[in-house]
Design a protein around this ligand. Structure first.
Ligand SMILES: NC(=O)c1ccc[n+]([C@@H]2O[C@H](COP(=O)([O-])OP(=O)(O)OC[C@H]3O[C@@H](n4cnc5c(N)ncnc54)[C@H](OP(=O)(O)O)[C@@H]3O)[C@@H](O)[C@H]2O)c1
Length: 253
């Protein structure tokens, strides 16, 4: 059976990509409603995808070396981040958690084939690190960004050093927005589900309004309009119907 999304072709260059750029190839993938929501509200979980696109998600997981989510998603969805609905190996689970908020819950950490990598900053509590390590997590410290969160440049360098060629970023909204605003996404695979939710948007505020307000000749404030070239663009976007859902994919310019 041919795959709905040619995952192998998309990832064929991952090793070369890591060698050339010193960071893994990054695939952003998530399921959204027709209006761009990934949950009804932050802190709630909404299973939207049909069985066919869920199976694609698991095929994508199996095709990547590592899979990453933010601590927000871990606290709400508690995803297993493994491969159950397709053939193949589990990817290495990675969680971004600058303050080590991840609970010491056995179900999150124990019983995995490979321990979760919890990526945090220099400022995280050393005792909490020890406690997480005691129940099987591996804690990696990388430099923080200007907002005190895990710096994505340092994170990707570290993953490359750990032989990760391909990284699948699965969410949630803050993590998706960070990767896109820092132009660190190489491929997108987005499932669009035929429902309108009006909830938590997958992406918000990619271009900041700081410094965009100017005063025109008559003294009225005038906003400098963002230009389309400022936003990430999908090259040669492809679309496939999968059950009731649509899957959209392509590389990011
Ligand atoms: N439909 C889907 O496909 C899908 C997939 C995944 C999640 N979701 C939904 O998304 C929601 C969770 O999204 P969320 O935005 O609340 O949380 P999130 O994006 O999963 O995690 C965000 C948290 O990660 C930590 N973080 C560390 N470094 C970061 C960085 N560089 N950039 C961004 N975050 C960083 C921050 O917490 P600290 O400051 O404490 O480190 C931040 O608050 C849930 O409702 C979940 O159901 C939907």
């Amino acid at each position: 059976m041919s795959l709905a999304v040619p995952i192998d072709r998309l990832l064929a260059d991952a090793a070369r990509h890591r060698a050339r750029f010193g960071r893994p190839l990054v695939t952003l993938t998530y399921a959204q409603s027709l209006d761009g929501s990934i949950a009804a509200f932050r802190g709630s979980r909404l299973a939207m995808s049909g069985p066919e696109s869920l199976s694609l998600t698991h095929q994508l997981r199996a095709a990547h070396d590592a899979i990453l989510v933010g601590v927000g998603t871990m606290l709400v969805d508690k995803p297993l981040l493994n491969v159950r609905l397709a053939e193949g190996e589990d990817p290495q689970p990675v969680v971004l958690d600058s303050r080590l908020r991840l609970p010491l819950s056995e179900c999150l950490l124990r019983g995995r084939k490979s321990p979760i990598w919890v990526v945090t900053t220099e400022r995280a509590d050393a005792q909490k690190q020890k406690a997480l390590e005691a129940i099987g997590a591996r804690v990696l410290r990388v430099p923080s960004d200007a907002r005190g969160r895990v710096g994505l440049g340092g994170l990707l360098e570290r993953l490359a050093a750990l032989q990760v060629n391909s990284l699948m970023v699965e969410g949630g909204a803050r993590v998706i927005t960070s990767f896109l605003s820092e132009h660190l996404v190489d491929l997108v695979v987005i499932t669009i589900v035929p429902v309108i939710v009006g909830g938590l948007h997958a992406v918000e505020g990619l271009v900041s309004s700081d410094g965009r307000e100017a005063i025109d000749f008559d003294g009225f404030p005038q906003i400098q309009e963002p230009k389309i070239h400022e936003f990430p663009k999908i090259q040669e976007m492809e679309v496939q119907r999968l059950g009731k859902d649509l899957v959209v994919w392509g590389s990011v310019a």
